[in-house]
Ligand binder design. Structure first.
Ligand code: PLP
Length: 396
């Protein structure tokens, strides 16, 4: 009954379900508190109180037809204007409501912009390791995702390899910073080099190449690390933002696209993206949540909670002899597997009730992703188990 296109997705889904079921199985045997599940990127830090208050205020204070009604497919004008103003204040940009398109989270933002831009057979480049859904999103529009191999020295993109992979069919490039799964923030220099390559290749082929910056983790950066604003580097940039992690609202499905004036053919791209939002079936981003985020433009989740987790986990793992670069952002740590076959390593971890995701799930074998968006206590409880894993591999 189901389409050929869906068959591999169904098969892959059973792998994710197996991991989930494994967690439940172990919890039944050993008790939930003795299973150390680091597999999911679901924020454990609650949404700021300001968000809950804003929900109440919107419901109490705004007119109900207004709160729950349809609006322009691109979102409420006042919300978009407020977001543009907030970005301008923070990043010195000059956006206005005509640059902001409200979306059903980053996943829908990515789908909207890819549907807007891709013709069948167009190529999209991204850098390993990457969020594997990109492949599905690109295939939705009959595009082809090509992956630049990882630079495991520091996980900044390999710009030379990138340059060599651009062809006249390259329509878009997806970057993700702060990065899932490495926690790396792309540096000013990296972005300058990517922008320079794109300008050069556009001129060489006479094409337009969009740089799609997927930014659900923008606000999660530690030690005062600055996350550069990508539209300032390259005109044909589209920013794909989400409140899923920045305000811990993944279930509420709210985010936006920024399509700057500098983008070639901006008005047509914006109109097409608005129509894509409609015909993909989202119609518009959730009305109540648009009104809520407008009241929470300066709100922040408790970043210190993630930072404490990061410090404890990173310092402990390094102390046990594991290798990993210190994440600068997001809430993931990408650790080198002590054996080349990281799936075997994941199985060893499982023996000690530790659940982590193999790097092959991000097109980067030999590593595992540890999501530290869990309680501090879970990390504390897991440390003796990590220590025993390190002992098993002779690291200590
Ligand atoms: N992009 C990346 C890199 C992610 O890690 C995620 C979610 O984990 C998404 C996009 C999707 O985010 P959203 O919940 O806003 O759709």
């Amino acid at each position: 009954m189901i389409s050929e296109r869906m068959k591999p997705l169904v098969q892959n889904n059973s792998a994710i379900r197996t991991m989930f079921e494994e967690g439940n199985r172990l919890a039944k045997i050993y008790g939930r508190e003795n299973v150390y599940d680091f597999s999911l990127g679901n924020p454990n830090v609650p949404a700021p109180e300001q968000v809950n208050q804003a929900v109440k205020d919107v419901v109490d204070q705004e007119e109900s037809t207004f709160i729950h009604g349809y609006m322009s497919n691109s979102g409420y004008e006042d919300v978009r204007e407020a977001i543009a103003g907030s970005l301008n204040k923070r990043f010195g940009t000059s956006f206005h409501q005509g640059n902001i398109l409200m979306t059903v989270g980053a996943a829908s933002g990515m789908n909207i912009i890819l549907k807007t831009l891709l013709n069948p057979g167009d190529q999209v480049l991204t850098f390993a390791p990457y969020f594997l859904e990109y492949g599905n999103y690109v295939r939705n529009y009959d595009g082809e995702l090509r992956v630049v191999p990882p630079n495991t020295a520091d996980f900044q993109p390999d710009v030379e390899a990138f340059e060599s992979m651009i062809t006249e069919k390259t329509k878009a490039v997806i970057i993700n910073t702060p990065n899932n799964p490495t926690g790396v923030v792309y540096s000013d220099e990296t972005l300058r080099r990517i922008a320079a390559v794109l300008e050069k290749k556009q001129a060489e082929y006479g094409t337009m190449i969009a740089l799609i910056s997927d930014e659900p983790y923008r606000e999660l950066a530690y030690d005062g690390v600055e996350v550069p604003y990508v539209t300032r580097y390259y005109g044909n940039t589209v920013v794909c933002y989400s409140y899923s992690k920045s305000l811990s609202l993944p279930g509420e499905r709210i985010g936006y696209l920024v399509i700057p004036d500098e983008m070639e053919d901006q008005k047509t791209v914006f109109t097409a993206a608005t129509i894509a939002n409609r015909v993909l079936g989202c119609v518009n981003a959730p009305s109540l949540m648009q009104r809520v985020v407008m009241r929470c433009l300066d709100a922040q989740v408790n970043l210190e909670a993630y930072n404490r987790n990061r410090e404890l986990l990173y310092n402990s793992l390094i102390g046990y002899g594991f290798e990993c670069i210190k994440p600068q952002g997001a809430f993931y740590l990408f650790m080198k597997s002590p054996t080349a076959d990281e799936k075997e390593f994941c199985d060893t971890c499982k023996k000690y009730n530790i659940l982590v995701v193999p790097g092959t799930s991000f097109a980067c074998s030999g590593y595992v992703r540890i999501a530290y968006c869990v309680s501090y206590e879970q990390i504390e409880r897991s440390l003796p188990a990590f220590r025993r894993v390190a002992q098993e591999y002779g690291l200590i």
